[in-house]
Design a protein around this ligand. Structure first.
Ligand code: C2O
Ligand code: CU
Length: 558
């Protein structure tokens, strides 16, 4: 195992992610940020310099559990203070498990601003993946708005509320095409027809082409850093065998298209066994919300064809946006690979979390969990709890359940919610079940998809169901045999999802909807566990709020 050092500068740069120029949050003058590539067991050291002029920044390493280093999790107000403009912070952590991960900003809506990149962990030297392949590619998926993120944030917290709307573009490795198409020859006259893109290949929005040799097996690593959109990925005429999800091996299964929610990562294998005299489209299309965004495309280029040979077959057609049966069918095929650790057979605590959309003061729109809409305190929880500081966040703990009489199929009768910053205190070493319960939003006949992501741990996905979870009926349907280990799991409209995890990583950890505007509107909770066991928090992580005022003797006396 080695230590890999990176020195990064975050700053706003002019960039043309979808061929239209805008401002993105770049790293070292580039968008997306650099790919980190390491081997399991390596230590990553990122010296992050904040070159933004007027705002703080942090970076979260999505899917990395931060075993023993909770202060390196990169969540503002939770694990650390935001890094001030002109200042820097050193993230030092171990990547213990091979897999496909990514990193992103975790302050306000800095992920939507373009602060993200790939993080890929290969197996340790002398180890082998449980499948073979001849080459690999990595696709980091995201969505892009022409409206700046600050305007989006203001709109979301204004009254009347201004929703951000659907993305203008879906990006593959930070590249999309807004005003031209890679498949103009197939666009029918009924849709707003855009002309064929003319690229030299050097443009910031030129697609990253996947060049392959015939009759080989390739690994495609896919991660979604989208702000909002759920995507369907497909390669024309090529089946994909899913082998990894969120850094955990899964029982291989074959699909023609797959749903990818924000926060998900996957590896798939595909064979280049189709007619090698032509190229094929790879597409990422919006699902789960009425699409208003053109599908993102790139090209699978069979050697020795020219990469600029337009594919002869049309791009893949995604399943209907609201074909949830299709999404559920995909999700229900994901099982842990044989030999993976099984979950404990019983739980110590079960927390049922009702997801609702509500109002504050009758005017502002928020998301709430058991009628608490998360608002983050100015002093990060990790330091505040470790040093037993008072009045930093709400002392009251949020509820473990909701009133089961609540009608999840209809808009809330009592629309009001309250803001809260309380934490769930979880006993270190305990087994915790979480039932995520979806419900109707404020408008009638609306219930949305929410991909929930846990920091610091992986969880087992025990099952999904329709309507209201109820112990008597649904307990028996849960899968304890081979549930997949993941860090992100979706709740479907009007449905529930059951998760189990062993709370064994001391720290303070966010658990939230990965749709960034939803998190911004309060859709998350905070777990605190075994904080007394947390080692020396670097002083730079404590340089704000009440922790900044502590005598330094307190900080060193751990
Ligand atoms: Cu990738 Cu807390 O998120
Ligand atoms: Cu959500």
């Amino acid at each position: 195992a080695t230590t890999r050092h990176f020195k990064w500068e975050v700053e706003y740069i002019f960039w043309s992610p979808d061929c239209l120029e805008g401002v993105v949050m770049g790293i070292n003058g580039h968008f997306p940020g650099p790919t980190i590539r390491a081997k399991a067991g390596d230590t990553i050291v990122v010296e992050l310099h904040n070159k933004l002029h007027t705002e703080g920044v942090v970076i979260h390493w999505h899917g990395i559990r931060q075993l023993g280093t909770p202060w390196a999790d990169g969540t503002a107000s939770i694990s650390q203070c935001a890094i001030n403009p002109g200042d820097h912070f050193v993230y030092r952590f171990k990547v213990d498990k091979p897999g496909t991960y990514f990193y992103h900003g975790h302050l306000g809506m800095q992920r939507s601003a373009g602060l993200y990149g790939s993080l890929i962990v290969d197996v340790a030297d002398g180890q082998r993946e449980p499948f073979r392949y001849d080459g690999e590619f990595s696709l980091l998926l995201s969505d892009w708005w022409h409206q700046g993120v600050h305007e989006q944030e203001v709109g979301l917290s204004s009254s009347p509320f201004r929703w951000i709307g659907e993305a203008q573009s879906v990006l593959i490795n930070g590249r999309g095409q807004y005003n031209c198409s890679l498949a103009a020859q197939f666009s029918n006259s009924s849709s707003s027809s855009t002309g064929q893109c003319e690229f030299t290949g050097r443009e910031q929005c030129a697609p990253e082409i996947l060049t392959v040799e015939p009759n080989k097996t390739y690994r495609l690593r896919i991660a979604s850093s989208t702000s909002l959109q759920s995507l369907s990925l497909a390669i024309k005429n090529h089946a994909m065998v899913v082998v990894e999800a969120d850094g955990n091996y899964v029982q291989p299964f074959s699909v023609d298209d797959m749903d990818i929610y924000s926060g998900d990562s996957y590896s798939v294998l595909f064979k280049t066994d189709q007619d090698p005299t032509m190229n094929y489209y790879i597409s990422a299309s919006v699902r789960g919300r009425k699409p208003n965004t053109t599908q993102a495309l790139t090209i699978l280029n069979y050697k020795p064809n020219s990469a600029s040979d337009p594919p002869k077959l049309s791009p893949p057609v995604a399943p209907a946006w609201n074909d949830y049966a299709h999404s559920k069918a995909f999700t229900s095929k994901i099982f842990a690979r044989v030999g993976s650790p099984a979950p404990p057979t019983s739980f110590d605590r079960r927390i049922v979390m009702l997801n609702t959309q509500n109002n504050i003061d009758g005017a502002y729109i928020k998301w709430a969990i058991n009628n608490v809409s998360l608002i983050l305190p100015p002093t990060p929880y990790l330091g505040a709890i470790k040093y037993k500081l008072k009045n930093v966040f709400d002392a009251a703990n949020p509820p473990d359940d909701y009133d089961r009489e609540y009608d999840v199929m209809n808009p809330p009768v009592n629309r009001n919610t309250t803001l809260g910053s309380g934490v769930y205190n979880i006993e270190l070493g305990s087994t915790v079940d979480i039932i995520l319960q979806n419900a109707n939003a404020l408008a009638a006949n609306v219930s949305e998809i929410h991909p929930w992501h846990l920091h610091g741990h992986d969880f087992w996905v025990l099952g999904y169901g329709e309507g209201k979870f109820n112990e008597k009926e649904h307990e028996r349907s849960l899968n304890f045999k081979n549930p997949p280990l993941r860090n992100t799991a979706v709740i479907f409209p009007y449905g529930w999802t059951a998760l189990r995890f062993v709370a064994d990583n001391p720290g303070v950890w966010a658990f939230h909807c990965h749709i960034e505007p939803h998190l911004h509107m309060g859709m998350g909770v905070v777990f605190a566990l075994g904080v007394h066991r947390v080692g020396n928090i670097p002083r730079e992580a404590l340089a704000c709020g009440v922790t900044a005022k502590m005598p330094m003797s307190n900080v060193t006396a751990t």
